[in-house]
Design a binder for this molecule. Structure first.
Ligand code: AMP
Ligand code: GLY
Length: 423
């Protein structure tokens, strides 16, 4: 079995490490991967958005299965193009990936099928959007319609801020064409939970829940990032809430996509907020979350490749997907200054054996040395019997890793542990 994994970050490294446990797989290529995963996959210098080159590579190298991990190639139709050449894939086709690719689509879907989410209005005319925010209750949330590297959501505490946000998205086009339309929505409150799920369009199997930490600095201060750490399971996600989410959100979403003729096959990610009025959807992603994957997959007991194949062949109901009852914590080590300006090119050193996993997100090999090459450089994941031990272990292990200019949050898991105490 020869496999390609499209993408090149920590999430892809975690997927590759899980796939490697399957003994029928001979070879895994990462397109483009990064220098830090060279021990686990052969990295090929093809960008994740270069669909033609991806397909060409897959055909020429007798690829038996493709895993398309990032949002961009999914939304651009990588799965459609690979499938057209007879290559089975894990990931939604373009028609289904729109659930992440357009917030206007996903909000309208939820409204049409009564899936709980924040109240909202859609605008493609800037004057009408500006009029609306003049009287909208604040805080108010303004979202660019399309993909924006996870940065297209602006939470505005005053109407002035909201007016500025509308202008930067729709007039200055800071997110490009993604800002042609905006969703303006009600501000919700409550703990956030990430639930990734496997679905083949018939069955939906939620994975273990997790909690992301999106802000750059401790105590959830600083700018929004791609994620500075995660824990799993998320203590806010009780069995009772899980049942409600299954009935009110997960199954209705999969059915809604079928009804729209947009059957979703792959990993469907539910970004949820547990509001006083019940769980609501904040966002859908059409793929594994990053860095949620770095805590979820290390707890997966079932063979990942078997699940992916079953999803692709629409026989997920035949498989029993099991997770360990342990806990995991992932702490992201970034270049100081991220998500704004930062320096790169520093050597990454590991002092001794790591008792855990190191997933590399932004690094390259140069003269036999592994050098930092991005904002988020790597994640260290520890698994232990309970959340507190997993958090303590992740922080103990990350001490063994160093590079000049390294920065990481010191409070990953703190809120989750407080929630455990309150329960
Ligand atoms: P998104 O990119 O849609 O996940 O949004 C990024 C973050 O903005 C979320 O993780 C939430 O913390 C916050 N957010 C998004 N929508 C809302 C909302 N309606 N109310 C409150 N916070 C929100
Ligand atoms: N961690 C959120 C995301 O992957 O978008």
């Amino acid at each position: 079995m020869n496999i390609i994994v499209v993408g090149g970050g920590g999430r892809e490294h975690a997927i590759i490490k899980s796939l490697k446990k399957n003994k029928t797989i001979n070879k895994i290529y990462a397109l483009p991967g990064n220098g830090g995963m060279a021990d686990d996959a052969e990295c090929v210098d093809i960008g994740a958005k270069d669909i033609d080159a991806i397909v060409d590579f897959a055909v020429k190298n007798n690829i038996d299965f493709a895993v398309v991990a990032p949002d961009d190639p999914l939304v651009l139709g990588a799965v459609d193009a690979l499938t057209a050449k007879g290559i089975p894939c894990f990931g939604p086709d373009k028609r289904a990936a729109i659930i992440e690719g357009s917030k206007v689509f996903s909000k309208n879907l939820m409204k049409k099928y009564s899936i709980p989410t924040a109240e909202y209005e859609v605008f493609s005319d800037i004057e009408k959007a500006l009029d609306y925010v003049k009287t909208a209750p604040v805080p108010v949330v303004i979202k660019a319609d399309g993909l924006a590297l996870g940065k297209g959501v602006l939470i505005c505490n005053t109407r002035d801020e909201a007016e500025k946000a509308v202008k930067t998205i729709m007039e200055d086009k800071i997110f490009g064409e993604s800002g042609n339309s905006v969703v303006i929505e009600e501000f919700l409150t409550g703990p956030e939970v990430s639930v990734l799920s496997f679905t083949d369009g018939k069955t939906v199997v939620p994975m273990i829940s997790s909690m992301d930490h999106k802000r750059a600095r401790d105590n959830d201060e600083g700018l929004n990032t791609g994620g500075m750490g995660t824990v799993a399971p998320n203590p806010h996600y009780t069995p009772e809430i899980a049942r409600r989410c299954m009935d009110e959100i997960f199954i209705p979403t999969v059915k809604a996509m079928n009804s729209e003729g947009r059957t979703f096959k792959g990993c469907l990610y539910f970004g949820l907020m547990l509001t006083p009025k019940g769980p609501k959807v904040i966002e859908y992603n059409c793929r594994f979350g990053d860095p949620e994957t770095q805590v979820v997959l290390p707890l997966l007991k079932t063979d990942l490749f078997e699940i992916m194949k079953a999803v692709s062949e629409e026989r997920l109901s035949d498989i029993s997907v099991e997770f360990s009852d342990k806990s995991a914590c992932c702490v992201i080590m970034a270049s100081d200054g991220y998500p704004e300006k930062y320096e790169k090119g520093f050597e990454i050193k590991v002092n001794g054996e790591l008792d855990g996993d190191m997933f590399i997100a932004g690094a390259k090999m140069s003269d036999g040395k592994l050098l930092t090459n991005g904002g988020r450089v790597l994640g260290v994941t520890a698994v232990a019997d309970d959340l507190k031990s997993a958090v303590d272990k992740a922080y103990r292990e990350i001490e063994k890793v160093s590079f000049e200019n390294a920065y990481y949050r010191k409070d990953i898991g703190k809120r989750a542990l407080e929630a455990v105490k309150e329960a």
